[in-house]
Write a protein that binds this ligand. Structure first.
Ligand code: ZN
Length: 146
């Protein structure tokens, strides 16, 4: 019985390892910062789950954060349009194909997550940023699939 259990554990371990490496988390703060400047996922992930935690205490109306995935050369233009989209849209333009993935906007003490496919993103130069007005200059980083 013990041998059988061990065999089962060894069978399922690789599956568990793969699943967890496709799950990312990043913190954000009242100091307008992300906890990481780079996020990496293995290229064999089909979908990625990103969890954004706001570890501060300020409300989302003054220090809101989200996590938006975009091709790096489109970041500045998208950040500008995101500002124009306004708080009613969580500062994310709707039906905009440049938005590859986006979380909701959160305030202090809140968390949110988004699940997205990386199947079509593997050869692209990707970045993530917070689209709250004025935040992307400090709140951005590289998203790497390797
Ligand atoms: Zn922000």
């Amino acid at each position: 019985m013990r041998v059988l259990m061990l065999a089962l554990v060894m069978l399922f371990l690789p599956v568990l390892a793969q699943a967890s490496s496709c799950e990312l988390s990043i913190d954000s703060t009242d100091q307008m910062r992300y906890s990481k400047a780079e996020l990496t996922v293995p290229s064999d992930c089909e979908t990625v789950t990103l969890t954004l935690n706001h570890t501060g205490s300020l409300p989302k109306t003054t220090m809101g954060h989200n996590w938006v995935l975009v091709e790096t050369d489109q970041l500045s233009a998208l950040a500008k349009d995101a500002m124009a989209a306004g708080p009613a849209n969580n500062y994310v333009p709707s039906d905009d194909e440049r938005v590859l993935a986006a979380t909701e906007l959160v305030g202090g003490g809140e968390s949110t997550s988004v699940e997205f496919s990386v199947a079509d993103l593997k050869d692209k130069d990707l970045s993530f940023f917070c689209s709250f007005p004025g935040h992307f200059a400090l709140m951005k980083g590289k998203f790497i699939i390797e």
